[in-house]
Ligand binder design. Structure first.
Ligand code: ACO
Length: 333
C-alpha cells in the first residue's frame, strides 16, 4: 500500500478581542499582578463573547478560514474534522459538526470531538497522521478550541488566574514526493493515578446540575497546582526527549520547541531538564494564559505567520493536561 508523509498545509488562530488583565482579576479576588506574573508569567488573557459567536465552534470557524487561505484550499476540500475541546459548545451535537455547518461544508465529511483536556490537540495529531499516511483522508482539519471562561470559577484565586479562551487549527495533508515535510515520531500517555488532581466534578452524568449544586462551590473545577506542576515538568521533558530519540535525531536538531503554555515556570523547567536553548522555546503565555488544547496550535500559527518558523524547520511539540494526559510530537514543517 502506498504511504504518504504528513505535511502541515496551513495554520490559523483566533483570539477574542476582549482582554482581561491581572489587574482586572485583582479587583475581584485577593491577588495581585505581581504575584501572578512571578508565579505564572501570565499578564493577561482573552475572554469570549457569546454574542459574537466566540464559542469553540465559532472561534474555530474563523481560525479555519485563515488556515484554508494559507493552504490555498476551500472548505469543501476538508474531508475530516477532528476537534479538541475541554468544554464544547453544548453536550450534543458535537462542536466538530457545528463547525462543519459554520464553514458551509456540504461534503458530509466525518466530524469528531475529542476531550483530553490540554493535551487534546496533541492527541489528535498522531491520529490525523495515521489517517493521512494510509491515504484514508487527504485534508484533515485539526482544531484546538477552548472557552475556559465558561467554567472558570472567578471567585477562586487558585485557578481563575490561569486560564483564557482561544482557538488554533492546522490543516494536515500529504507531502508531495519532492517535499521532506513529515511527522517523525509521536508519544501519548495518560496517568490516571493523578486523575483527581485537576477535575471538574459536576455537569456530566455523575453529578447533574441542580439548583442546590449551582448554589454551592461543588460545581467548580478543583486543582492541586503543585502536583500538576511536578507531573507536567517530568512528563513533558520525558516525552520530548523520547520523540527526538525515536526520530534518531538529537536535541541539537530541534529548531523550535513549542510546549503547552500553562505556566512560564513549567516551560522554563522543562527546557532546563533537557538543556534546551531558551531562544528556541516558543512562549506566548504572557498574552493568552492557558487556553488548554489551543495553546500549541495558536503558538505554532503565530510563529509561522511571524516568519520565524520556516519550511524545513524541525519542530518539537509537547503538552499535558487533566487526566493526567500528555503527549509530544516531533515533525519537519
Ligand atoms: N494570588 C495570591 N496568592 C495566591 C494565589 C493568587 N492568585 N493563588 C494561591 N495563592 C497563595 C496560596 O493560597 C498559598 O498561600 P499559603 O502559603 O498561605 O497557603 C501561596 O499562594 C502559595 O501557593 P502555591 O500553590 O504553593 O503556589 P505555587 O507556587 O505552586 O503556584 C500555581 C500556584 C501557579 C497554580 C502553580 O502551582 C501552577 O501553575 N501549577 C500548575 C497548574 C496548571 O498548569 N494547571 C493546568 C493544567 S492543564 C489542563 O488540563 C487545564
Amino acid at each position: 500500500m502506498k504511504q504518504f508523509n504528513t505535511k502541515i498545509l496551513g495554520t490559523g488562530s483566533y483570539m477574542p478581542d476582549k482582554i482581561l488583565t491581572n489587574y482586572d482579576i485583582a479587583k475581584r479576588v485577593d491577588t495581585s499582578h505581581e504575584w501572578i506574573v512571578e508565579r505564572t508569567g501570565i499578564h493577561e488573557r482573552r475572554i469570549s463573547d457569546l454574542s459574537k459567536d466566540e464559542n469553540p465552534s465559532g472561534m474555530a470557524a474563523r481560525a479555519t478560514l485563515k488556515a484554508l487561505e494559507a493552504a490555498n484550499l476551500t472548505p469543501n476540500d476538508i474531508d475530516c474534522i477532528l476537534l479538541s475541546s475541554t468544554m464544547a459548545d453544548q453536550p450534543m451535537p458535537n462542536a466538530a459538526s457545528m463547525l462543519q455547518f459554520k464553514l458551509g461544508i456540504t461534503n458530509n465529511c466525518p466530524a469528531l470531538d475529542v476531550n483530553a483536556a490540554c493535551s487534546g490537540w496533541m492527541y489528535l495529531l498522531p491520529m490525523a497522521d495515521a489517517m493521512i499516511k494510509t491515504g484514508m483522508y487527504k485534508h484533515i482539519l485539526v482544531v484546538g478550541s477552548e472557552m475556559l471562561s465558561s467554567f472558570n470559577n472567578w471567585d477562586d484565586r487558585n485557578t481563575c488566574i490561569l486560564f483564557g479562551d482561544g482557538c488554533g487549527v492546522a490543516i494536515l495533508g500529504r507531502a508531495a514526493e519532492n517535499e521532506d515535510s513529515k511527522i517523525y515520531s509521536t508519544v501519548l500517555s495518560s496517568d490516571s493515578s493523578k486523575k483527581d488532581h485537576l477535575a471538574l466534578w459536576a455537569g456530566g452524568s455523575n453529578m447533574k446540575l441542580t439548583h442546590e449544586l449551582l448554589d454551592s462551590k461543588d460545581q467548580w473545577m478543583t486543582m492541586n497546582g503543585q502536583e500538576i506542576f511536578k507531573a507536567a515538568v517530568k512528563t513533558m521533558a520525558a516525552h520530548a526527549e523520547k520523540v527526538v530519540k525515536d526520530a534518531e535525531l538529537t536535541i541539537n536538531d530541534v529548531d523550535w520547541f513549542i510546549p503547552h503554555q500553562a505556566n512560564l515556570r513549567i516551560i522554563e523547567a522543562v527546557g532546563q531538564r533537557f538543556n534546551f536553548p531558551t531562544e528556541k522555546v516558543v512562549i506566548n503565555v504572557q498574552k493568552y494564559a492557558n487556553t488548554s488544547s489551543a495553546t500549541v496550535p495558536v503558538a505554532l500559527d503565530e510563529w509561522i505567520r511571524a516568519g520565524k518558523i520556516k519550511r524545513g524547520d524541525n519542530i518539537l511539540l509537547a503538552a499535558f493536561g487533566a487526566g493526567l494526559t500528555a503527549g509530544a510530537v516531533f515533525l519537519k514543517y
